[in-house]
Write a protein that binds this ligand. Structure first.
Ligand code: PMP
Length: 456
């Protein structure tokens, strides 16, 4: 069936100007210098595309902020939210509510191992906050170890464990957070030349860090299963299993943050499934309901759940497990199962995206490395492939980031909306994108990389 073109796709420049004017006057945007930004106005979206008020359409290779795993405006999810709104639009958390029970059941059925209890939050950062609190209360220990190359959210504790430079401005130096180096062979901190060396030395470094911090003071190790915002660095085989062993050896709670990597992104329901590891706590958000209504959570192991069996868990949120968000999660998970979305991400990632990106790397001198899996890929852009000098300086802003801005503008001019962070572009389309859509985006990426090549 041919889809009707939504009326919002017709150019309406005056309406767009009004939206932008009110935004400029009254919306305070995140991570931005308010006077230096010019947010584009979005008129509508459907599937893998969105469009502006001037009638320009973009293929969204960023999935919003890597959350529209089933694309925009999926009719079944929109209908489920509408139906829930008609039935019971909201209800307080201390009640059993159908949409909430059903969402928890569907999530628990898919999470690895015995992660069978779900604590719902409003998004990813608060899931991280609560995972850390649970680990501290469960162990009675104060410290949390986390990776330098990581992003765990914008609230205080989540930003403290984050390693990304966005931490610097808001880090309050909170006692008890210690950063370590997780494996990343392309920019190895361990002088490693092979994945095996990188893995072995990263584990040795982590165990040394635990030893010097004092094992009896470490509550948790938190890692993104595959670090996302920091560069989609797929860990070498054996690393996460090694971390699991260290956690068992020292009685440390292992937290995997699957806010970005979870719910189909990697071609598995959870990235942990790629490595056959089971953490003690696992955070999720984004893809759980494709971001249609804010939702996140912590999946909790039996053992940690028991800690709070007879003793109250001291924490909660007014909108924990909000019925509209949970109804969206139920519909999203059902759509993913019925439409084979996870399998689609695995198959097209392996057969189309991966090979195409490797082929682009051969032709474009600006591409230093291609890495990823499923619908979760990064191209690391460099000035010089031999020295691996990044195309723009680390944490580049303003003028210093001009080459990446030129690359982004070239992509957008060809109808591709890219995800750009520092010297990288991430290829993170919806997990249900079609082969034709992926090929269209990859062709635009090819052209845009020629612009990046001019800066090598
Ligand atoms: N953890 C990870 C791995 C993330 O990628 C993000 C968001 N990009 C967060 C936590 C924070 O999630 P939120 O923005 O929903 O608070």
């Amino acid at each position: 069936l041919a889809r009707m073109t939504p009326s919002s796709a017709q150019p309406r420049p005056e309406a767009g100007a009004a939206v932008k004017a009110a935004d400029r006057a009254h919306v305070f945007h995140s991570w931005s210098a308010q006077e230096l930004i010019d947010p584009p106005a979005v008129a509508g979206a459907e599937g893998s595309y969105f469009w502006d008020y001037d009638g320009r359409r973009f293929l969204d290779f960023s999935s919003g902020l890597v959350f529209t795993n089933i694309g925009y405006q999926h009719p079944k999810v929109v209908a489920a939210v509408q139906e829930q709104a008609g039935k019971l639009a909201t209800f307080a958390p201390a009640f059993a509510v159908e949409a909430r029970s059903e969402a928890a059941r569907l999530i628990a059925e898919r999470t690895p191992g015995d992660l069978d209890k779900i604590f719902f939050t409003n998004g990813g950062a608060d899931a991280v906050e609560h995972a850390i609190r649970m680990a501290r209360l469960h162990t009675g220990r104060p410290k949390v170890l986390s990776a330098y190359r990581s992003y765990h959210g914008g609230t205080q504790q989540a930003v403290n464990v984050t390693g990304d430079p966005r931490r610097w401005a808001s880090d309050n130096g909170s006692a008890g957070v210690v950063h370590f180096w997780a494996p990343f062979l392309y920019r190895s901190r361990f002088y490693a030349e092979t994945e095996e060396q990188e893995c072995e030395r990263a584990l040795e470094h982590l165990e040394t860090t635990i030893a010097f911090e004092g094992p009896s003071t470490v509550a948790a190790i938190i890692l993104e299963t595959i670090p996302g915002t920091a560069g989609i660095m797929v860990p070498p085989p054996g690393y996460l299993a090694g971390v699991r062993e260290l956690c068992d050896k020292y009685g440390i709670v292992f937290v995997l943050d699957e806010v970005m990597a979870g719910f189909g992104r990697t071609g598995e329901w959870f990235a942990a499934d790629l490595f056959n590891v089971v953490p003690d706590l696992m955070t999720f958000a984004k893809g759980v309901n494709s971001g249609y209504v804010p939702l996140g959570g912590v999946a909790i192991s039996q053992r940690i759940a028991e800690t709070f069996g007879k003793r109250a868990y001291p924490g909660g949120l007014t909108y924990s497990g909000h019925p509209l968000a949970c109804a969206a999660a139920v519909a999203t998970i059902n759509v993913m199962a019925e439409e084979g979305v996870v399998e689609n991400a695995a198959r097209l990632g392996a057969d189309v995206v991966g090979p195409a990106l490797r082929e682009l790397a051969e032709r474009h001198p600006s591409v230093g490395e291609v890495r990823g899996v499923g619908m979760f890929w990064a191209l690391e852009l460099v000035k010089n492939r031999e020295t691996r000098e990044p195309l723009v300086p680390y944490n580049a802003a303003g003028e210093a980031n001009a080459p990446m801005a030129a690359f982004g503008a070239a992509a957008k001019a060809r109808g591709l909306w890219p995800f750009i962070n520092m010297n990288r572009t991430h290829v993170v389309p919806p997990c249900n994108a079609s082969e034709a859509e992926l090929k269209e985006g990859l062709a635009a990426l090819d052209a845009a990389l020629s612009v990046a090549d001019e800066h090598t």
